[in-house]
Design a protein around this ligand. Structure first.
Ligand code: HDE
Length: 701
């Protein structure tokens, strides 16, 4: 076939000739473009036409194949959790758990197991923004030596509903409304709150959903939870109940709601970019795996049913035992091939682990396999590299669409006696090492003899843990939660839905209901009928972020925006930058023009971001290194004023040079904790938020 790297096209206009020279590959003669059939392509710029200005020919197979393939590039997005970002990494075990589980992954301290973790929002489509108020999915696929184990959790330890049959209703209610096709990625609308207000069992989850947990600062700063109670089974066949936790090394941190909204405009890919950049610069996100382990006796005496996915076991009641860590250290090569095609399934479990009868988990065991067939189009989705187990896979399942394997031999059934000696050919079952289910012989696993459609009485208390959660929060978080409810319910047009929701809130906490009602300028209704009267429990400090055990006030893994302009002091810029790096923070240089600004020593310092496109919402603290003239000029620029005003309003530390005063005062920044010079006190403040400032800048419920 002709191999022309240069060709001529007669454009037919005034005899003019257009030369087109495709770029040569590094190994010219080898890196030739081909069709999917391997046919070399001579021209990837022009389709085959009858004359330069004529119609296209049907015989242009290169064109037709390319467009055909393109037309089919998209696959159905996930019905929930469509928007997500993922990375490769490993799990490293700290100590052997062989006394509790025979799962191979938990046997040898120090051993590493490869994994692939995908974080997601729930409600929005694949192209929606990263920072709506939403639960975050936290799904981990461990490629163990005994097959794949998927721990498909969320960043919240409970769920909205107790029974799988309600899931389609829940999801329909939160997604864009059926007739109008909006809102996208938002729970603040009638149908969601209509459903929620009619489902008292969702109240505990609603407390979490309206808390700061659903507006995280970074995916590297969220906790993860397996939600359901699982079992671990040891070599003797004994069962221990387990709840899984992921604890982020950088601590748990959230944004302010106003900030999250503004980030959505400034950088719709905020969390994806953040995760990519952390991995790219070698600051690998890390979590510790924690287990809450308990036995039948504990389950019996615990106040709630351990099979109820709307309940937690407070960490103060049952401590979390840290057993290993997960490090994410490699971004996927290709987003579609890996992040989009990865197929998680809670039913992917290895010997040594087992399910419980949690009715939500039981429903999930069906759903995920089913959804993969619809998304990935074939029962052979497990052969896609990102889904393929990294241990031998041997069985007699055959054929199907897109079969990638070519099994050899005659045997495609078992038992058989196909070899010459009349013995079985091919893999056999193994009672000793194969997956076996716990026999259920304990009070938690007990199965009633009758077929019933009943909710257990032990699932009836819908309010006590919602109350426990609210009362365990820091007062700033309580104010955020109350304000989030006011915000969301203010977007609900149906007044009876607002009223019904207020009635449910009275059961949670009368003070909370009053605050929300006042925020809506509505009367507080009577409490709704509660299936079980709410009870009071000791607060659980582990549930709060602010001043809780998982808060880390540090610059590590956080970013400081350094704003400078023409005339800024070069030594000051350098000093702040160095100090931020020394504290393991990330300096982000911001100036009015991306090419840079001319410092007082005459050097031109290039910026990481242009001021108008790099608002302060994307960093954790700001340093204003400005000359008096520079500040006076920026005081006339809305982007600069907003930069400072938002940092103040979002309770961030602001370090300012003496010259920066004009800009500070234009932005309305007053003397306040966290507003400092550029020295050590700024670095000390930069890893914190100043919640005491909040009442000065925002009216909260
Ligand atoms: Fe899911 N969920 N879910 N879910 N879920 C899906 O599977 C479903 C639930 C969770 O990054 C779907 O592959 C049912 C709880 C995550 O790819 C689907 C029920 C928890 C992800 C599905 C639940 C989750 C999903 C959609 C109620 C936390 C994203 C696409 C019985 C413990 C995984 C897909 C990823 C995805 C069904 C409830 C977490 C439709 C029926 C509870 C993190 O199969």
């Amino acid at each position: 076939m002709a191999d022309k790297s240069t060709f001529t096209t007669d454009r037919g206009e005034g005899g003019e000739t257009h030369q087109h020279v495709p770029a040569k590959g590094p190994h010219d003669g080898e890196d030739h473009l081909t069709t999917n059939q391997g046919i070399r392509v001579s021209d990837n710029q022009n389709q085959l036409k009858v004359g330069a200005r004529g119609p296209v020919l049907l015989e242009d197979f290169a064109l037709r194949e390319k467009i055909f393939h393109f037309d089919h590039e998209r696959i159905p997005e996930r019905i929930v959790h469509a928007r997500g970002s993922a990375a490769h990494g490993y799990f490293e075990l700290y100590e052997s758990l062989s006394d509790i589980t025979k799962a191979d992954i938990f046997q040898r301290a120090g051993e590493k197991t490869p994994l692939f973790t995908r974080f997601s929002t729930v409600a929005g489509g694949a192209g929606s923004v990263d920072t709506p108020r939403d639960v975050r999915g936290f799904a981990v696929k461990f490629y163990t030596k005994e097959g794949n184990w998927d721990l498909v959790g969320n960043n919240i330890p409970v769920f909205f509903i107790q029974d799988a049959i309600k899931f389609p209703d829940l999801v329909h209610s939160v997604k864009m409304e059926a007739d109008r096709g909006y809102p996208q990625a938002a729970s603040a609308h009638d149908t969601f709150w209509d459903f929620i207000s009619l489902m008292p069992e969702s109240t505990h989850m609603i407390m979490w959903a309206m808390s700061d947990r659903t507006i995280p600062r970074s995916l590297a700063m969220i906790e993860g939870f397996g939600v359901h109670t699982f079992r671990m089974i040891n070599a003797e066949g004994n069962s221990t109940f387990v709840k899984f936790h992921w604890k982020p090394k950088l601590g748990v941190q959230s944004t302010i709601w106003d900030e999250a909204v503004k980030i959505a405009g400034a950088d719709p890919d905020f969390h994806r970019r953040d995760l990519f950049e952390r991995i790219d610069r070698g600051d690998f996100p890390e979590w510790e795996l924690g287990l809450q382990l308990f036995d039948e006796a504990f389950a019996e005496k615990f106040e709630f049913d351990v099979l109820d996915p709307t309940k937690i076991i407070p960490e103060e009641v049952l401590p979390v035992r840290i057993v290993g860590r997960m490090v994410l250290d490699r971004w996927p090569d290709n987003f579609f091939a890996e992040t989009e095609q990865v197929a998680y399934c809670p039913a992917n479990i290895v010997p040594g682990l087992d399910f419980t009868n949690d009715p939500l988990l039981q429903g999930r065991l069906f759903s995920y396999l089913d959804t993969q067939k619809s998304r990935l189009g074939t029962a052979n989705f497990h052969q896609i590299p990102i889904n393929a187990a990294k241990c031998p896979v041997m069985n007699f399942q055959r054929d199907g669409m897109m079969q990638m394997l070519q099994p050899k031999g005659r045997a495609n059934y078992e038992p058989n006696s196909l070899n010459e000696a009349g013995e079985v050919t091919g893999p056999r079952e193994c009672p000793a090492t194969g997956f076996s289910s716990f026999d259920g012989a304990d009070s938690v696993g007990e199965i009633g003899a009758n077929k019933v459609r009943l909710r257990s009485e032990s699932f009836a208390d819908h309010y006590s843990q919602a109350r426990l959660f609210f009362r365990s929060l820091h007062e700033a978080e309580q104010a955020h939660l109350a304000s989030a409810l006011v915000f969301e319910l203010s977007k609900v047009g149906l007044v009876h839905v607002r009223t019904r929701m207020l009635s449910n809130l009275v059961n949670v906490d009368a003070g909370l209901a009053k605050r929300v009602a006042e925020g809506l300028a509505m009367p507080v209704p009577k409490a709704s009928l509660a299936a079980a009267a709410p009870r009071d429990f000791d607060p659980s400090p582990a549930l709060r972020i602010i001043e809780g055990p998982r808060q880390r006030e540090t610059l590590e893994g956080r970013a400081v925006g350094i704003l400078y302009a023409d005339g800024s002091d070069g030594a000051e810029v350098a000093a702040v930058r160095k100090a931020v790096e020394a504290a393991k923070g990330k300096p982000v240089l911001i100036s009015p023009k991306v090419g840079g600004a001319k410092l007082n020593d005459g050097t031109l310092l290039a910026a990481d971001g242009q001021l108008a496109g790099t608002p302060s919402v994307i960093v954790d603290a700001i340093a204003l290194v400005l000359s008096a003239d520079g500040a006076a000029a920026l005081a006339k620029d809305a982007a600069a004023v907003q930069f400072v005003m938002d940092a103040f309003g979002h309770l961030k530390a602001i370090g300012a040079s003496d010259g920066a005063k004009a800009l500070l005062s234009k932005a309305g920044v007053e003397a306040s904790d966290g507003v400092t010079g550029l020295g050590k006190d700024f670095i000390a403040a930069a890893g914190r938020r100043f919640f005491a400032r909040e009442p000065e800048v925002r009216m909260l419920a």
